[in-house]
Design a protein around this ligand. Structure first.
Ligand SMILES: [Zn+2]
Length: 574
């Protein structure tokens, strides 16, 4: 079947009837398809930006595929509207819609098609191509044809109509200073140079790969955020479970909670868990590190300030307390709070209201206060650095967050979760920890607790080679920290427990020493204080007990020294 330029299109009334402008709803329709009436110059601007940002080749691919998609849609419509008519008239829906949509004026030169046999040859003349106009206006006359979206449309339309890939090529283009654009379409396997053109129709472009990766990254990021929050709250050890249990029971009430524990045990994450488990979880969680607030700004930061309260207070501002209204306020390192701020905090706790600096209007607030400290507040009270009335207010429900030493059995779980998180974050594929690295983690004393483990694992991920295991050297760059001597290999080459840190050898040493338990304790405490160079907090850390526990034991033992008749502590130890 042939058609020439004298071919008369069927009436396009059936197609025009499909277009509906519904200005009232802000919509335009072509049958079931929502359409857009856009400014050509705006689309031209988008095209320019696209070319400048991703380059000509990728831009061409994106634009071609965009045309391909709309051609495909219109082919669906063609079958619906003129499916019952002769195939040529049915096919002409494409060119006619292309004109109706304002893209280009299409005149058939030659058309030979047989859907059943899959035969297709089409040649068309294009005039008034919007795309050529827009492109040359931005970029001037080109060497290669520029009607990418239109070619995409013709190919997409014909491909969907024929049920096989029909590739159109622009053999003349006004963008190249030809008098008109002319296109030729054939099944893709009939083009000898199809390889040059098919890539523009493929989705598998760098751009779509990038977009796909972008999506993956976003998904992973959000799952990391969740995981990050939960990382430190992984544990099976009794010490961990005890603390978590106390947190979850407190969550059901509105009680003021005091979290104690060494630096790095994850007090903020426990506080956050408390918030998430409570019925305030929809409200804000506001965390403040009292030690990080500049002394002269503590009160305005916490309680807010009214304009003109002091030089520099140019505007009224809500403090952290007001920001936490309806939720949870977490005050970390509460022991560092200056005394005047302590007095104000006490008032908030007692009366449930506060006044901004420079304002005498009381403001009601509804918050749960969670505080945390790594210093002994009782000692601070005795030293006059912390108000005793405030201490009793805060100490209603104390929860001791265990150190990592007290929950060593959790280390493998924690480490695995962190490895997963950091390898995603750093785009590294790591097989896990080497056996030696695992052993080193078990025997290390963790003065910096979970935070230290976290830093160490992240460093390990960064240093480990891709596809390999994290090794001891990756975790402990400082050889002195490695406890290398504690990891031995037996005759058969298996790892065996260290002779220093594990239970069996220690008990062996104990029973063969003929020393009393108290004497051993004294020996260990003295050694720890010595190693920590007289720093009690450091000594307590080495022993895996709290500083108050150490203070108690020291007092007990000193009492022993005063009374020489108590042999237990006076026992010679060497
Ligand atoms: Zn053209």
């Amino acid at each position: 079947m042939n058609a020439t330029s004298s071919y008369a299109y069927p009436q396009n009334e059936d197609l025009r009837k499909l277009v509906h402008f519904s200005a009232k709803d802000g919509t335009i329709w072509l049958a079931e398809n929502r359409m857009l009436l856009l400014h050509v110059m705006a689309v031209a601007g988008l095209r320019k930006e696209l070319i400048n940002s991703v380059g000509l080749e990728h831009a061409r691919r994106i634009i071609t595929r965009m045309g391909f998609a709309s051609g495909t849609r219109d082919a669906e419509l063609a079958k619906k509207i003129r499916g019952q008519q002769n195939p040529i008239d049915a096919f002409m829906v494409g060119p006619q819609l292309h004109m109706l949509e304002g893209s280009v004026k299409v005149s058939p030169i030659k058309l030979d098609m047989d859907i059943a046999l899959g035969r297709f040859y089409g040649e068309f003349l294009w005039e008034n191509s919007w795309e050529s106009e827009a492109h040359t206006q931005e970029f001037g006359i080109q060497k290669d044809p520029v009607c990418w979206m239109l070619i995409g449309y013709a190919s997409g339309y014909t491909t969907a109509f024929m049920g096989k890939f029909v590739l159109f090529k622009e053999v003349e283009c006004t963008g190249c200073n030809d008098p008109h654009c002319r296109i030729v379409g054939k099944p893709v396997d009939e083009w000898s140079d199809a390889d040059q053109f098919t890539p523009y129709f493929e989705t598998d472009s760098i751009i779509s790969q990038l977009l796909e990766l972008r999506t993956q990254v976003d998904v992973l990021r959000s799952s990391i955020e969740d995981q990050y929050r939960l990382d430190n709250l992984i544990g099976e050890s009794p010490a961990f479970k005890r603390a978590y249990n106390l947190v979850s029971r407190a969550a059901a009430t509105n009680v003021t909670v005091l979290l104690t524990g060494e630096t790095g045990v994850g007090k903020e994450r426990f506080a956050h868990a408390l918030h998430d488990l409570s019925n305030r979880k929809e409200g804000p969680f506001v965390a403040v590190n009292c030690a990080a607030l500049p002394a002269d700004l503590v009160e305005s930061e916490l309680f807010g300030v009214e304009k003109g309260a002091f030089t520099g207070a140019h505007a009224s501002r809500a403090g952290k307390f007001e920001r936490a209204d309806g939720g949870t306020l977490f005050l970390d390192e509460i022991g560092e709070l200056p005394l005047p701020a302590q007095a104000k905090l006490l008032r908030v706790l007692q009366e449930g209201e506060l006044e901004r600096l420079g304002d005498d209007k009381p403001r009601k607030i509804n918050i749960r206060i969670v505080t945390a400290t790594n210093v002994d507040l009782e000692c601070a009270v005795k030293a006059g650095k912390f108000r005793s009335d405030l201490f009793y207010r805060l100490n209603v429900y104390p929860i001791a967050i265990p150190s990592l030493r007290e929950r060593k059995q959790d280390i493998p779980h924690l480490a695995n979760a962190m490895i997963k998180r950091f390898s995603t974050l750093h785009g590294k594929r790591v097989e896990g920890l080497s056996d030696k690295a695992q052993q080193a983690l078990r025997s290390y004393q963790w003065p910096g607790n979970v935070r230290e483990l976290e830093n160490m694992i992240e460093r390990g991920i960064i240093l480990a080679s891709n596809g390999s295991h994290i090794e001891v050297e990756d975790l402990f760059p400082n050889p002195e920290m490695r406890n290398d001597d504690q990891v031995a290999i037996d005759e058969s080459g298996n790892l065996e427990p260290s002779s220093g840190g594990e239970k069996a050898p220690v008990s062996e040493m104990f029973f063969s020493s003929n020393m009393s338990l108290d004497a051993i304790e004294t020996l260990l405490i003295e050694e720890a204080v010595l190693r920590a160079k007289g720093n009690y907090a450091g000594a307590a850390r080495l022993l895996g007990i709290t500083r108050p526990q150490l203070a108690y034991r020291l007092k007990k033992n000193r009492g022993g020294e005063d009374d020489k008749s108590q042999a237990a502590t006076g026992e010679p130890t060497t």
